[in-house]
Design a protein around this ligand. Structure first.
Ligand code: NAD
Ligand code: UD1
Length: 339
């Protein structure tokens, strides 16, 4: 069976993907500097899967470390999750974001070339559709104008990977554009563990519900949407992880570049998220309405047809599953991995 290197694999999406790849029979190697994760997450991946995972604590920018990983393991494909992802922080520290996110990509591509590894899947984002494109987004739309450096790093890395594949016809690149991953593994053993005050909606909702934060502020209720709050394409992280298993199958068999949206195709509003969370879990989520958050779009959701047609992948879990599993993780791990 093939071996997959997960760069940044100890993080939220990487850890769930590791579980699904192991369940599908792949061998997994994780390399992570734990800048936004911890070794405990990998221990729990091993616990859930009953399999062991070879792990390297290293910076993906470090070419010598990467060369060592490729020489010590027979890697068939790489999934590149390693990146900084906090939008607000990227506005305050753009150089840090460009350095980390671009350099990890360049170092990986260089080491892959030296090692003769020709297959890579990249964690991109719906943010690359920018402000101009109409919803629902389809893969052939041009990349748009981003509102922050984080988004621009994704646009630039997609371009870099496309150029690399154009120059090397043996290279296989899959760009996965994630919509809004939420929820957690149903076991409640792995989940999203943001450092400090969460930027994203679902971790904030969960932390309010568990009493770590007083109330949620809903950013804007004057959008041109059915209930006035912004709508997003929330996707269960386990469905997203299974999308990576399908994408690995694809990238092992094809060359060139292929882009896939990983979303459900159905948008939900902030109010619908709060209402569903309260109803499914029987816990209150105190909230108030506030100003719009700068840079937010009224709506973002996928046309998910291509992933179904080409990869045979579609989501299986609904919003109730997402809210239930997010809460199951939060209440069993009120302080994340730092119990
Ligand atoms: P995460 O922060 O939980 O995981 C990223 C992992 O990469 C972390 O474990 C971190 O320690 C590691 N990392 C960062 N820089 C590194 C470096 N230089 N060397 C080694 N390890 C490094 O984030 P996530 O939510 O799992 O996201 C994974 C990827 O998906 C990221 O590239 C992110 O931008 C992208 N993405 C995430 C979302 C989302 O909503 N979570 C949406 C779209 C795209
Ligand atoms: C954000 C990023 C996006 C990134 C994604 C995953 C921006 C502009 N976009 O997407 O680039 O890929 O996270 O990291 O930051 N909300 C509230 N109150 C809160 C938090 C959020 O009302 O306390 C609302 C937001 O206004 C938005 C929705 O909830 O309408 C979802 O927000 P969030 O989870 O941050 O995701 P995005 O903004 O879609």
């Amino acid at each position: 069976m093939s071996t997959v290197l997960l760069a940044g694999g100890a993080g939220y999406i990487g850890s769930h993907t590791a579980v699904e790849l192991l369940a599908a029979g792949y061998d997994v190697v994780i390399a992570d500097n734990y800048s936004n994760s911890c070794p405990e997450a990998v221990k729990r991946v091993e616990e859930i899967s009953g399999k062991s995972v070879r792990t390297y604590e290293c910076d993906i920018k470090d070419s010598a470390e990467l060369d060592r990983i490729f020489s010590e393991n027979s890697i068939d494909a790489v999934i590149h999750f390693a990146g900084l992802k906090a939008v607000g922080e990227s506005v305050a520290k753009p150089v840090l974001y460009y350095r980390n996110n671009i350099d990890t990509t360049l170092s990986l591509l260089e080491s892959m070339e030296r090692a003769g590894v020709k297959r890579i899947i990249f964690s991109s984002s719906a943010t690359v559709y920018g402000e101009e494109n109409p919803v629902p987004y389809t893969e052939e739309m041009p990349r748009g104008t981003c509102t922050n450096p984080y988004g621009w790093t994704k646009v630039m890395m997609e371009q870099i990977l496309e150029d690399a594949a154009r120059a090397d016809k043996e290279l296989a690149v899959v760009l996965l554009r994630y919509f809004n991953p939420i929820g957690a593994h149903p076991s409640g053993r792995i989940g999203e563990d943001p450092q400090g005050i969460p930027n994203n909606l679902m971790p904030y909702v969960s932390q309010v519900a568990v009493g770590r934060r007083e109330k949620l502020t809903i950013f804007g209720n004057d959008y041109d949407t059915p209930d006035g709050t912004a709508r997003r394409d929330y996707i269960h992280v386990v469905d997203l992880a299974k999308g990576h298993v399908k994408a690995i199958g694809y990238v092992l068999e094809h060359s060139g570049v292929e882009v896939f949206n990983l979303g459900t195709g159905t948008p939900y509003s902030v109010t619908e998220i709060v209402d569903t969370f309260e109803k499914v879990n029987g816990v209150p989520v105190p909230h108030v309405y506030g100003e719009r958050r700068p840079g937010d779009l009224p709506e973002s959701y996928a046309n998910a047809d291509k992933a179904l047609a080409v990869l045979g992948w579609q989501t299986e879990k609904d919003l109730s599953d997402m809210c239930r599993d997010a809460w199951n993780w939060q209440k069993n791990n009120p302080n994340g991995y730092n119990k």
